[in-house]
Design a protein around this ligand. Sequence first.
Ligand SMILES: [Zn+2]
Length: 182
Amino acid sequence: MKKIKNTMKHCSECGSRTLKKIPEGDNRERDTCESCGRIFYQSSKIVVVCIPEWQGRILLCRRAIEPRRGHWCLPGGYLETGETLEEGASREVYEETFASVENLKLFSKAELIHLNLVMFCFQGKMKNASFRAGQECLEVRLFEMSELLEMELAFNAHRFSLEAYAREPDSGGIHSFRIDQD
Ligand SMILES: [Zn+2]
């Protein structure tokens, strides 16, 4: 997960420099264009990850990219526009591991305030034992739960989800709906 810069130097509309300013009626500084007056509001980004399970084992990837190159993590990445959380999570699993997952269930969420990220973690069943490393991975492997809890993982948010999964893999109870318009 790349750190997101919570600032912009130039206006994306007119190219002029931006300033940090508290707009009228607002209560925090925003990047504001000196020339056209446009205000740039920053929002958190959404990351979707998955715990892909095959016969009691979990599929992890070893990162080929920074940050935390060489460390193991759950397959995941940024949600794209036009897809649901579930679609994003299974797409990321496929892009990074070429594994197909089904029966995705929302398992946990993590709010990474310092990175302006919200992470949604799904659990999913692999359709078969077929997988191989995608472009952003050095290798991909199935791990026993006991084994992966001993490892140093790339991200704490992944570790917390896996620890909760190890304790109670079918806790359930989180519901979600797809809404396309108001
Ligand atoms: Zn401007």
